[in-house]
Write a protein that binds this ligand. Structure first.
Ligand code: URA
Ligand code: CA
Length: 432
């Protein structure tokens, strides 16, 4: 087999065979095929697309390019959740203990933030003592004994994706639905879950800026998962404005605690109940989505979900007293309000711009090596559709400096106030 024949076949719109895809992935991962040929192939895929069969073959080849995690030592149906990334997306910190409180085993691998998006690992690490790096044995043992564990992506998982992603980043081929779908799904499937719930974001703060593209990506990922024999479904949710009120690591942990107490923001609560219901049904702990939702609401009301968060924090070396005393979490030295310059309704809070501002305050990473400040970030007081009076606080900036003129200026440019506005729909679609 020759890589140049594979490139030409895809360039001319042909369908690559299982063997051709396996050949390309194996030999790219081991360094036999050079970057320039793979760049050409990626560009051909970008323009010609891939069939569902090719996508499944590509995903499978990427899964087996490295180690896979065997979760068979964990009893029950392991359900994983994956979000395509957003701003202020606190769902995992709420969902993991919530779903575990209904005895669905949660073995979650999560990532760090990059650019305008935050990462679950950074959020958990804002809890004093919390360790996100567990050995594989400790991880599995913790899920079996405590029902829940969260671990950073570790080891030699999907090395093909690491190489391909880095190459795509510099060759203008990131934004290809088959390439994104196989990249995400290979990592999820290599991580060993039996069933997968995908939260595909749409809007300014998301990878996919339109509903149409978000739906195509979601459908492709659902096809891949089901093709490979893992029950997969997706919801498409709004990321035109940040999720919830808090953006920033310790601030989002506080928000997650509030949500587990039944006092969280309406949108975050609704998203968590929607995703959680799907996970509980896939996990076999409820027959219908309605039954699952009722059960989730019960464990929020009776405190069992909050208790599970304490169990998770303690098991991973963290100080679980922060759950009852969230003021023990890191606090920024300066908390400065941004006041509305006019009265009206909030019409836009542009998610990616606000995410970048939070990153510049220190809540996120511009490059992989940046160090995150757990205390800083932004807490919104108004969301899209809310009425605001001139002089009222739109949000509070939590910062480690009071030199915030430039930040304030950019926040004003990220928020629009108009004569009328209504809240965006949160759940755009469910794909099963
Ligand atoms: N996230 C991924 O993991 N891969 C992509 O290609 C895009 C987003
Ligand atoms: Ca939030």
């Amino acid at each position: 087999m020759r890589i140049v024949d594979i490139i030409e076949k895809k360039r001319d719109g042909g369908e690559l065979s299982t063997d051709e895809i396996a050949f390309f992935i194996t030999n790219y991962t081991n360094g036999t095929i050079p970057d320039y040929q793979v760049s050409a192939l990626l560009m051909a895929i970008y323009f010609q697309g891939m069939t569902s069969k090719e996508c499944a073959d590509l995903t499978t080849a990427m899964i087996y390019s490295g180690d896979t995690v065997d979760l068979s030592a964990i009893k029950g149906i392991k359900v994983d959740k994956h979000s395509t990334g957003g701003v202020g997306d606190t769902t995992t910190i709420v969902l993991a203990p919530l779903v575990a409180a209904l005895d669905v085993p949660v073995a979650k691998m999560s990532g760090r933030g990059l650019g305008h998006t935050g990462g679950t690992n950074d959020k958990f690490e804002s809890i004093p003592g919390f360790k996100i790096e567990l050995s594989k044995d400790d991880f599995i043992n913790q899920v079996n004994t405590q029902g829940v564990a969260v671990i950073g992506q570790s080891g030699n998982l999907t090395p093909a994706d690491k190489k391909l992603y880095a190459l795509r980043d510099v060759t203008g081929t990131v934004n290809s639905i088959p390439l994104i779908a196989s990249s995400i799904m290979s990592k999820k499937l290599a991580a060993g879950a039996d069933a997968i719930v995908l939260d595909v974001k749409t809007g300014d703060g998301a990878f996919m800026k339109s509903d149409e593209d978000a739906e195509k990506l979601a459908q492709e990922m659902v096809n891949i998962g089901n093709n490979i024999g893992r029950h997969t479904m997706a919801i498409i949710s709004d990321m035109s404005q940040p999720l919830g009120y808090a953006i920033g690591n310790a601030l989002e942990v506080k928000e997650a605690i509030d949500t587990l107490k039944g006092q969280g923001p309406a949108d975050l609560t609704e998203l968590v109940l929607t995703l959680g219901s799907q996970m509980v049904v896939l996990g076999g702990k409820a027959a219908t989505l309605d039954e699952a939702r009722t059960k989730l609401q019960e464990v929020i009301a009776n405190g069992k979900a909050l208790e599970k968060l304490k169990v998770l924090i303690k098991a991973q070396g963290g100080d679980s007293s922060v759950v009852d005393e969230p003021e023990k979490l890191a606090n920024a030295p300066y908390q400065i309000e941004l006041l509305a310059k006019q009265s009206g309704y909030v019409a836009k809070i542009i998610a990616d711009k606000v995410g970048i501002i939070a990153m510049q305050l220190g809540a996120g990473r511009g490059t992989k090596d940046d160090i995150v400040d757990p205390a800083v970030g932004i807490v919104l007081h108004k969301k899209v559709g809310d009425k605001v009076m001139q002089g009222e606080a739109l949000l509070t900036i939590h910062a480690n400096t009071n030199q915030l003129d430039a930040i304030k200026q950019r926040l004003y440019q990220s928020i629009e106030i108009a004569a009328t506005a209504k809240a965006p729909k949160l759940i755009h679609k469910v794909i099963t």
